[in-house]
Design a binder for this molecule. Structure first.
Ligand code: BTN
Length: 326
């Protein structure tokens, strides 16, 4: 009922009379009033004026389903949505749900992760209320070796959503770090359960530094948050809605070919390494070249001094700018 009341108040963008809410929801005025009180206790500011009704003034920065649903404009992604205050890792949770048979497009989100996972076995810090940590469960009908491309699709989607929602110049550091002011605002961890030629499921976990105000000294030079870049807090539910919408749109392009041919132009346009000198760190081999963008498989094309092009595969190497992280 609370979710329905919120929906009417959001759509109205002004006053909705108590009578109208009673009729729409088929309940008494007292029931409406009790639910309004309960929403206020959750942090919603609702103005009540005699003879006019109720008006939503301000929503809290909540990632409860009732708040997220107000910003969700997708067709299939996130239509099955689970939220928790605290979880070990949203990726681990999504994998458990996948094993239980939850469908393609399921999304899980938590306010806090106690064992957030980063790439290469690293830890990902997710303090309560200050970041977005969410995971998408997908069951794509494609060969398993293509799975890593989905991480690039997610990186592109995050950068696009941040650009359109906040007007920030978000870019991508190959393959999938999303950066603002040359500092990382987002990390992505993709995991898969597959047989040799068949994907059981893929989970794509994304952590966005939304409202963090400081970072440990050792990563200050390479990490930032939307709060720091914008100078104000962001509403995480609104951002999540935009992130899911962008991914759904890009995924539908991706699944036409099961590669990045329909997305690589958009990706290369915001690739911060594009046409810059990079240092490629391969096990036992280190060289410098100019990054020329990705191909349709997501490999980075690096132009060597002799003009030849080397294709760099994300799994084995890391790429750095000559003078720092980007
Ligand atoms: C990286 O090392 O850059 C990847 C970090 C990925 C973090 C996200 S937060 C949501 C999801 N759950 C996890 O445990 N990890 C990912």
């Amino acid at each position: 009922m609370k979710e329905k009341i919120l929906e009417y108040l959001r759509v109205a963008q002004g006053f909705v009379s108590g009578q109208e809410l009673c009729e729409k929801l088929g309940v008494s005025r007292t029931a409406i009033w009790k639910n309004i009180r309960s929403l206020e206790e959750e942090g919603y500011q609702i103005q009540a004026v005699k003879n006019r009704g109720y008006r939503l003034v301000e929503s809290p920065d909540s990632i409860k389903a009732q708040e997220i649903n107000g910003y969700l404009h997708t067709k299939w992604l996130g239509r099955v949505l689970y939220t928790k205050e605290s979880v070990d890792s949203t990726n681990t949770w999504a994998k458990r749900l996948a094993e239980d048979g939850e469908p393609h497009g399921t999304v899980v989100i938590a306010d806090e992760q106690t064992q957030g996972k980063g790439r290469r076995g690293r830890h990902w810090v997710t303090p309560k209320g200050a970041t977005i940590a969410f995971t998408k469960l997908l069951r794509p009908d494609m060969p398993p070796e293509r799975a890593s491309m989905l991480t690039l699709v997610e990186g592109l989607s995050v950068a696009q959503a941040v650009r359109s929602l906040y007007g920030l110049e978000a870019g991508i550091k190959w393959p999938n770090d999303v950066v603002v002011s040359n500092k990382k605002i987002c990390g992505i961890l993709t995991e898969m359960s597959a047989q040799v030629d068949y994907i059981n499921y893929i989970v794509i976990g994304t952590g966005v530094n939304t409202n963090l105000t400081e970072f440990p000294e050792e990563i200050q030079h390479m990490a930032t948050s939307l709060r720091i870049e914008l100078g104000h807090e962001v509403k995480r539910a609104e951002l999540l809605g935009a992130l899911l919408e962008a991914f759904e749109k890009n995924y539908e392009i991706f699944e036409k070919t099961w590669d990045l041919s329909g997305l690589m132009n958009d990706y290369n346009l915001i690739l911060v390494n594009c046409d810059t000198q990079v240092k490629v760190l391969e096990p036992g081999n280190e060289y410098v070249g100019i990054a020329r963008g990705i191909d349709k498989t997501g490999q980075l094309l690096v132009e060597r001094e002799d003009g030849s092009i080397t294709r760099v595969y994300a799994g084995e190497v890391s790429v750095r700018g000559l003078y720092g992280y980007v």
